[in-house]
Write a protein that binds this ligand. Structure first.
Ligand code: 1GP
Length: 238
C-alpha cells in the first residue's frame, strides 16, 4: 500500500480531485456488505472512510476485512472516539476538533488513542477538523458538546484552518455534519482553499453530483459522501 497522505498531496498538486465514501458501521448490515462494496467499486470513489459519531456495534474489523477482500480502495478510519480504531485499516484521520473548545476532542481522546495506535501500523494523518453551522444540530455537535463555527463568518473559519495548518496538521476538514441541512458554503470553501497550502477535505450535507462538483470547483481536494450513498447506492449513476 502506497503512502496515503502522499497520494492526497500529489493529487492536489496535479488537480486530481478525490472522493471518499463514508461508511458508518452502525448503519451497515454485514450480510449485505458485499453488494455495497460492489457499488463502491463501480463508483468514482477513491477512498473509503469508516467511522461515525457514536458507532455502538463492533463490526469495524469484520467490515474492513470484508472490504479488503473485495476492493483495492484505501481504507481510512474517521473515528468519533478511540474505540473505533482498527488495525485492519490503512490509515487514520487523527482528528482534533479545532472549531470547538472541548478539551476531550482537542487532546484527551488523542492521548487515550496513542497506546492503541502504537500497536498498529496505521498511517497517521493529523487532521484539523472544523465543524460549520449547518441549519440544525448535527450528531458531531451533540456528541462533541461543541458549537460549530458561524457559517456567516468565513474569516473566523479561515483563521481556524490556518491555525490548524500552523500547528502542523496535514489536512483540514471542513465539516457541516452528517446529514446536514446545508453543506459548507462554497465561498467559505474557496476562501479556505485559497489561503492554506495543505489539502482540504469537505463533507456533510452534499446530496447530489452538482454539489460535489461545486465543492471541487471551489477548491475542495477531497469530498466526503455519506448519507446520500447510504440512502441510495446508485447515487453516483445519476
Ligand atoms: C460526515 O462529512 C461526512 O462526517 C459526510 O456527511 O453524511 O451528510 O454525506 P453526509
Amino acid at each position: 500500500m502506497t503512502n496515503i497522505y502522499n497520494h492526497i498531496l500529489q493529487s492536489k498538486i496535479s488537480n486530481q480531485k478525490l472522493l471518499a465514501i463514508l461508511l458508518d458501521p452502525d448503519k451497515i448490515d454485514l450480510n449485505k456488505a458485499g453488494i455495497l462494496i460492489e457499488k463502491i467499486n463501480q463508483s468514482p470513489a477513491t477512498h473509503i472512510f469508516i467511522g461515525g459519531s457514536l458507532v455502538e456495534n463492533n463490526i469495524i474489523d469484520e467490515l474492513i476485512i470484508k472490504i479488503k477482500q473485495n476492493s483495492d480502495l484505501p481504507i481510512v478510519l474517521f473515528p468519533g472516539n478511540p474505540s473505533q480504531i482498527s488495525d485492519k485499516a490503512d490509515a487514520i484521520l487523527f482528528l482534533s476538533l479545532i472549531s470547538g473548545r472541548n478539551p476531550d476532542f482537542l487532546i484527551e481522546h488523542q492521548v487515550k488513542a496513542v497506546p492503541i495506535l502504537k500497536q498498529t501500523d496505521l498511517e497517521i494523518i493529523s487532521t484539523g477538523y472544523i465543524l460549520i453551522e449547518s441549519g440544525t444540530q448535527t450528531a458531531v455537535e451533540k456528541v462533541s458538546k461543541t458549537k460549530p463555527l458561524d457559517r456567516n463568518n468565513p474569516e473566523l473559519v479561515l483563521a481556524t484552518a490556518q491555525a490548524g495548518e500552523m500547528l502542523g496538521n496535514k489536512l483540514i476538514y471542513l465539516e457541516a455534519g452528517s446529514g446536514a441541512k446545508q453543506a459548507v458554503p462554497l465561498e467559505m470553501i474557496k476562501k479556505v482553499a485559497q489561503n492554506i497550502e495543505i489539502p482540504l477535505i469537505v463533507g456533510g450535507g452534499i446530496i447530489d453530483l452538482q454539489g460535489i462538483q461545486k465543492a471541487y470547483n471551489s477548491g475542495a481536494d477531497l469530498v466526503v459522501i455519506g448519507t446520500a450513498f447510504e440512502n441510495d447506492v446508485d447515487f453516483f449513476n445519476k
